[in-house]
Design a protein around this ligand. Structure first.
Ligand code: GLC
Length: 412
């Protein structure tokens, strides 16, 4: 199988053009919208063979900021392209969460009222670096600035510089068991129970008039490891972008802000031998082992000795995450581990493997990185491009023709 050709074909098939904008849907069957972190992955994938499309993907994902400046996690382009009576086709995130704000946002503004992990500045910089096109960078900078200003002000719940999620959905890992206790869910519960809790928080968000810090923080607030590691990386990217565009003071501000976030990640998210997400309401770490514990490798938060210990204890040892098909999303040692869940309680997802791969390469674990890549190639050959995969059998699960497998082009 020629994987590169298959990825190019898949990305073409999932490409959409609406009102002069272009973007890629993660999957035509289940996820036919534009999604924030998916579009960042798409831009990375596209930058390997179609730089113009990569730029357009980023240009379109910044078009629907909320009045606060926040980039929403879903853009419903069809809201602009279809008539009102198409209501029946709107997905659950708009329809089930009653409340005028949500419906107004989804139907009229065409966006959700949540965000997703911040990768957009880092990816914008990466795409810029391919051809050093300042005219691509310049118009994006203003929207990026507003999004990061929103996160810095509205999403800092504590006395630290960390940013807090207002819904597990914002982690990109909808039903990850690390959020169970923060949602007041027992380890054993149905997918629907989990989903209803997340939708209830969306309704609360509307009741709060989208005020995260002063209102929603009383109901849910998690300083997530992945989100904050990416946030720190994005602030560094913002410092570089500001510098390139000739704004030295703004550049210095982003650099010092990034340093403060890095310090707080080290101080607050480090828990014994691993980094864990922190529950703002319970005032304690969320003690569930998920693939998040490898994120400090990606972000460079460990000494070489600590990295060796993490890799030996949790990555090489098949007791925790390693399977014949790749690394599970939740550790096999967790009582909540479920390889048959179609979401984040066990199955293998491509984006986490991509982060872990780069973290391993960063610390010189080239054999482990190569092993992960080989397993992913085999998964694509066996089951095609799927949303996630069963960790023991490699059978594809969830959406079909799912784009994240294209990240294989960025593992070299
Ligand atoms: C699923 C994933 C989420 C992704 C979305 C669109 O909900 O959990 O991370 O952004 O699908 O692909």
């Amino acid at each position: 199988m020629n994987i590169e050709a298959a990825v190019i074909e898949l990305m073409k098939r999932n490409r959409r053009k609406i009102g002069g904008h272009q973007f890629t849907v993660p999957s035509a069957d289940l996820h036919s919208f534009q999604w924030l972190w998916d579009s960042c992955f798409h831009a990375i994938i596209l930058s390997h063979f179609d730089l113009k499309a990569a730029k357009r993907e980023l240009q379109s994902v910044v078009t629907h900021p909320l009045p606060s400046g926040m980039f929403p996690h879903m853009i419903n382009w069809r809201a602009e392209a279809v008539e009102e009576d198409d209501d029946g086709e709107l997905p659950n995130w708009g329809r089930e969460a009653r409340g005028d704000e949500i419906n107004a946002a989804w139907k009229q503004r065409g966006s959700s009222t949540l965000t997703q992990p911040p990768l957009v500045a880092m990816v914008t910089l990466r795409v810029y670096e391919v051809d050093k096109d300042l005219e691509f960078l310049r118009p994006l900078y203003g929207s990026l600035r507003q999004h990061y200003a929103y996160l810095a002000v509205e999403r800092t719940f504590g006395t630290d510089s960390l940013v807090y999620l207002i819904n597990p959905e914002e982690s990109g890992e909808d039903n990850s068991p690390r959020f169970d206790t923060a949602l007041n869910l027992k380890p054993e519960h149905t997918a629907d129970e989990n989903r209803l809790k997340r939708l209830a928080l969306i309704a609360k968000n509307a009741e709060c008039n989208l005020a995260a810090r002063d209102c929603l923080s009383s109901y849910f607030g998690v300083a997530d490891v992945v989100f904050n590691v990416l946030y720190a990386e994005d602030l560094v990217a913002m410092a570089k972008i500001a510098h390139l565009l000739g704004y030295p003071e703004e550049s210095a501000e982003y650099a010092s802000h990034a340093a403060a976030v890095q310090c707080d990640i080290m101080e607050k998210l480090r828990s014994r031998d691993v980094f864990l997400s922190y529950d703002h309401l319970a005032k304690k770490p969320l003690e569930v082992l998920t693939w998040n514990i490898f994120m400090p490798l990606y972000g460079g938060f460990l000494t070489p000795q600590e990295a060796e210990m993490l890799v030996t204890t949790y990555l090489r040892d098949e007791k925790y995450f390693m399977t014949p098909c790749g690394l599970t999303s939740t550790a096999k040692t967790e009582p909540t581990y479920n390889p048959n869940d179609h979401l984040w309680r066990g199955p293998i997802w491509f984006a986490p493997q991509w982060f872990i791969y780069h973290g391993l390469v960063r610390y010189g674990f080239t054999n482990e990185a190569a092993e992960i890549k080989e397993k992913l190639v085999r998964l694509i050959e066996q089951s095609g491009f799927r949303e996630c995969y069963h960790p023991e059998t490699g059978i594809g699960m969830g959406a079909t023709d799912f784009t994240w497998g294209g990240l294989i082009l960025d593992m070299k």
